[in-house]
Design a protein around this ligand. Structure first.
Ligand code: NAD
Length: 369
């Protein structure tokens, strides 16, 4: 009896596997940059029934070995030279999770070689890098998804949709912050690029690009001007050679009249209230705290706060699922090149305002979206 049951199940599993193998073509995929984020993306790729890992690439041998082991199921090619990966004929999709200053060049080369691209944020750290990638992505007929994965979060999407439908009246002001409880590890594996403004773009461009993208999303526009001040006040020359700010305060003005205030720092005590990250959205009828289980607070004295969007089951790899949906069946792109470029340019706008200590206009960046 137990033998029969066992062979029944084995037989069923084998049949299911061969059926799956016949019906589900798997997109040959490469991951370039298999560090912290790249290895997380790799796990996500391995979970997709319609993807297989054809290549992994990193200049650091330990990280490359780790990625090759993680993807051993698919027996990927390994490379330290990313161009060898892009040159692979049968490759269809490329994830780019290298330091930010490399994204634009790598993504352009991949698109021009006919690959679909999932490119981590920020898609570039200078207006020129963003412009070049924007043009290449628009000229290509391949899928381009920016790693702005907040766009694939169901609860947040639901809250933004309700705000766009008028749940709080016209949006008139946003106050947001991205405060961290600590600086990135000074002796960690990313310290060789993160503290160099030319490689990372600095804290605003590298990290707050997520928060600024969410602000643009809920406002439904990008800013037209920014002003601000930034500095390195706690971690001067720490680590040695550091040239990125550890704090900044900015104001953004939007064409639709919305005013936005944004602050960042890396020294928000863990025990101090007011959250490390929030986006307060003020409308003509109510306000919402967008990031934490969005609650709606009516402006009228009588109204009680209510839940704007319920918590939903969330696939942590939803953005990756969406990428393959776009590649295999023309699904809706959650973060296309326009979204990725707008997010990067918004953070560059704020960064330039802080560095130049003057009001910077969107048009000064020289990129038409
Ligand atoms: N979407 C998100 O929430 C999220 C989260 C974390 C990081 N990121 C982004 O992912 C990117 C990488 O960040 P990270 O934290 O993984 O950094 P990391 O330092 O851990 O990884 C970067 C990897 O790229 C490799 N690399 C550098 N130059 C290379 C080259 N020329 N060819 C191939 N590999 C090269 C490095 O050796 C390293 O292993 C950044 O753009 C970061 O902003 C996004």
């Amino acid at each position: 009896m137990s033998v029969n049951r066992r062979s029944f199940f084995l037989g069923t599993a084998a049949a299911a596997h061969s059926l799956y193998a016949q019906t589900e073509p798997r997109v040959p995929t490469a991951v370039i940059g298999t560090g912290n984020r790249g290895s997380y993306l790799l796990q996500g790729v391995l979970k997709q029934p319609n993807a297989k890992v054809a290549a992994v690439c990193d200049i650091k041998p330990d990280r490359l070995d780790k990625a090759a082991s993680a993807a051993a199921r698919d027996n990927p090619m390994t490379a330290t030279d990313w161009r060898k990966v892009i040159d692979l004929k049968d490759l269809e999709a490329v994830y780019i999770a290298t330091p930010p200053h490399l994204h634009s060049e790598m993504a352009i080369a991949a698109l021009q070689a006919g690959k679909h691209v999932y490119c981590e944020k920020p898609i570039g750290v200078t207006p020129a890098q963003v412009k070049a990638l924007l043009e290449a992505a628009r000229e290509s007929n391949k899928v381009f998804v920016a790693g702005q994965q907040l766009r694939s979060m169901k609860q947040l999407s639901e809250a933004v949709r309700k705000i766009h439908e008028g749940a709080i009246g016209d949006v008139i002001m946003v106050k947001a912050q991205r405060h961290a409880t600590a600086d990135l590890a000074h002796d960690g594996p990313s310290a060789d690029w993160y503290f160099d403004v030319e490689k990372s773009g600095g804290y605003l461009i590298e990290q707050s690009v997520h928060n600024l993208d969410a602000c643009n999303w809920v406002i439904g526009a990008h800013p037209i001007t920014a002003s601000g001040f930034g500095a390195t006040l706690l971690y001067q020359d720490d680590p040695p050679g550091r040239n990125i700010f550890d704090c900044g305060v900015m104001s953004f003005d939007y064409a639709n009249g919305v005013k936005m205030s944004f602050t960042q720092n890396v020294f928000h005590p863990r025990t101090m209230p007011n959250g490390n990250q929030y986006i307060y959205v003020y409308g003509k009828k109510a306000a919402v705290d967008l990031m934490q289980n969005p609650m709606l607070y009516p402006l009228s004295r009588e109204g009680a706060p209510s839940v704007l969007a319920e918590k939903q089951e969330q696939d942590p790899h939803a953005h990756i699922v969406a990428f393959y949906d776009c590649v295999t069946k023309g699904g809706k792109n959650p973060a296309d090149i326009t979204i990725g470029a707008t997010a990067a340019l918004t953070s560059i706008l704020g960064h330039e305002a802080m560095v130049k200590q003057k009001v910077i206009s969107w048009s000064d960046l020289g990129v038409s979206i």
